[in-house]
Design a protein around this ligand. Structure first.
Ligand SMILES: NC(=O)c1ccc[n+]([C@@H]2O[C@H](COP(=O)([O-])OP(=O)(O)OC[C@H]3O[C@@H](n4cnc5c(N)ncnc54)[C@H](OP(=O)(O)O)[C@@H]3O)[C@@H](O)[C@H]2O)c1
Length: 332
């Protein structure tokens, strides 16, 4: 228990991303006010409480502090940062996440997601620093016939550049042979950055402001329709809940090292998620279900990538997590 009483430093990449900002939000809004029970969602043990109240010193790195694109000196720059901060744990939340752009930018996607991840993991392994790599449900190709949630030991079958580069990042972390967690998650949404929930709200606002144009013909004032893919199944997940789970994971190191899955519960397709967003916001939008082929995105997506949650067996339903995110967005 003694180790919890020290303020250990935790380095986090991807400060400006959804997860980076969500981690910051939870640390600032919940942990600094010591609302540990809200974070834990269950009865905390004495050691967990101590970990939260003692706190860790999280240090967030954005692209200006650590650019992970190719350069000769990246390895030395990583060493310098680690020597400067001497962290106890390293959360690698930065990634090349533009799934469609990656299809025509393979070298850059692989450099950031595989090579830079390898350099970070090796630098941590050398110093026995816990390395936490955030990976993706996309490592499972997920055929339409697959109907059973994926467990951490299921074989990966990534399709597309982004998916393959994230799977390669997992291998790089394992290859570094240091203490590590690989946390796969899926369909992240949050009040921050770019995500599906914010895109749907923006589209709804655009369509609704269009039909309220004073010069519009009455015949054109039909309830707006938004077409959304309805044949891909996954678990929408709040980045805030993932942040809570990661903070707990790092504080307790309770689960065994290796691969874990974290998602909110309740498989859904994108059209169901869109419908819930409009329903919870009371927006008169009709969701038109379409197929993956109709949407015609450049990168392939898994038809089924539901994860079996191994980090938080009591994770809440995504609809409840969505309500929290929508309420934060309302007051932002
Ligand atoms: N979003 C999802 O639905 C989802 C699902 C499953 C897994 N994941 C994984 O979860 C993790 C967090 O995702 P997220 O949604 O928070 O991603 P995000 O919002 O797209 O943020 C990505 C972060 O990575 C940083 N980054 C990208 N390229 C970089 C580079 N070359 N050098 C330094 N920083 C760089 C970005 O910095 P800038 O802001 O400067 O670009 C940003 O801070 C990622 O590992 C992702 O693969 C995400």
């Amino acid at each position: 228990m003694g180790e919890f009483l020290q303020k250990d430093r935790i380095l986090v990449t991807g400060a400006s991303g959804q997860l980076g900002q969500s981690l910051r939000y939870i640390l600032e809004h919940e942990l600094t006010h010591q609302k540990s029970s809200a974070v834990l969602n269950s009865t905390p043990t004495h050691e967990q409480k101590t970990a939260f109240t003692a706190g860790h010193d999280y240090i967030f790195l954005d692209r200006d502090q650590l650019d992970l694109n190719f350069r000769e000196s990246l390895s030395q720059d990583i060493d310098r940062l680690i020597e400067e901060h001497k962290p106890k744990a390293f959360v690698h939340a930065a990634a090349y996440t533009q799934v469609d752009a990656a299809e025509s930018d393979e070298q850059a996607a692989f450099y950031v997601n595989e090579t830079a991840t390898a350099l970070l993991a090796q630098a941590c392994a050398k110093r026995n620093i816990l390395f936490v790599y955030i990976s993706s449900d996309f490592v499972f190709g997920g055929k339409s016939t697959h109907q059973k949630p994926f467990t951490p030991s299921d074989s990966v079958a990534p399709k597309g550049v982004y998916a393959r580069s994230k799977a390669a990042g997992e291998k790089a972390v394992q290859g570094a042979s240091g203490p590590h967690y690989i946390v796969r998650t899926s369909w992240l949404f949050s009040p921050f950055g770019h995500n599906f929930v914010k895109t749907m709200l923006r589209l709804a606002q655009e369509r609704l402001s269009f039909i309220s144009e004073p010069n519009l013909q009455t015949s054109d004032r039909i309830p707006p329709i938004i077409s959304v893919v309805a044949d891909q199944f996954g678990c929408p997940t709040s980045a805030l809940d993932l942040a809570r789970a990661l903070i707990l994971l790092i504080a307790t190191k309770a689960p065994p090292y290796g691969i874990h899955h974290f998602s909110n519960t309740g498989p859904a397709h994108w059209a169901q998620l869109a419908g819930a967003i409009f329903e919870q916001r009371n927006l008169p939008i009709t969701v038109k279900p379409i197929s993956t082929e109709d949407f015609a995105a450049p990168a392939p997506r898994p038809h089924y990538s539901v994860l079996e949650n191994t980090l938080d067996l009591k994770a809440r339903h995504w609809k409840e997590a969505l309500a929290e995110v929508l309420s934060i967005l309302k007051t932002a």
